[in-house]
Design a protein around this ligand. Sequence first.
Ligand SMILES: [Zn+2]
Ligand SMILES: [Zn+2]
Length: 230
Amino acid sequence: MSRYHCSNHQEEDISYYCKSHDDLCCIKCYLFYHKHCSNTVHIESQEKETLDRNSRHLLDDLKRIEEYLSQYIEKNRRNLERLKKNIQNVLIYITQVKERVLELIDNLMGYVQQQTKRIYDDEFAKKSEDNDDCHSLLAEAQTSIQRLDSVIQKESKTQKFLTEYQEQRRMFTIRDQVSSKYGKIESKSIKFTMCDNLESLLSLRVFELSTVEPEDKIEPMQGFHRTPDE
Ligand SMILES: [Zn+2]
Ligand SMILES: [Zn+2]
């Protein structure tokens, strides 16, 4: 019993092929179903060369698929590797920016500390001097108060008049000096920007992650000897 027996007639070998129905069949089937089909082949009447050529072409096509798939797998591997490397590069870049930003903020903090210290030191010196002036004016005022207090107890009109005259002069001087201090408190400020240097570092970035080198592009398969339509 042949391995290639007809599926409809166990006793018959396959001897025909109807291309229109894509049917491998025996003589009975042929006569019954495919006799009038336009594209039938009697297998044993085929030239040996034709069969060999068809087999070689099929072999070619299969080898082509084999090679395509091997390349496809290798290209996929390389593209994935490149993606991984590109992702690492983005992370490295961000780390570098982070370090640069921290450095810039450190510099800014140093600058602000230095400037504010200078302002404080200047102000401290000025206020100390100012307070010294106020202390001596205060002492003068207190001395006048004591003199006037003691002179009020005394009887002598001349004494009272002269003392009052002197202390009035003294009071005008003190008052002028006190008045001259009024409005001398200046406001202090410091200006700086967080962005000047950071702006360029923090602006929008675009990184291509899945870059594909020309040799790793995956093209559709083509150039087969036979297609299903033939
Ligand atoms: Zn049959
Ligand atoms: Zn047919």
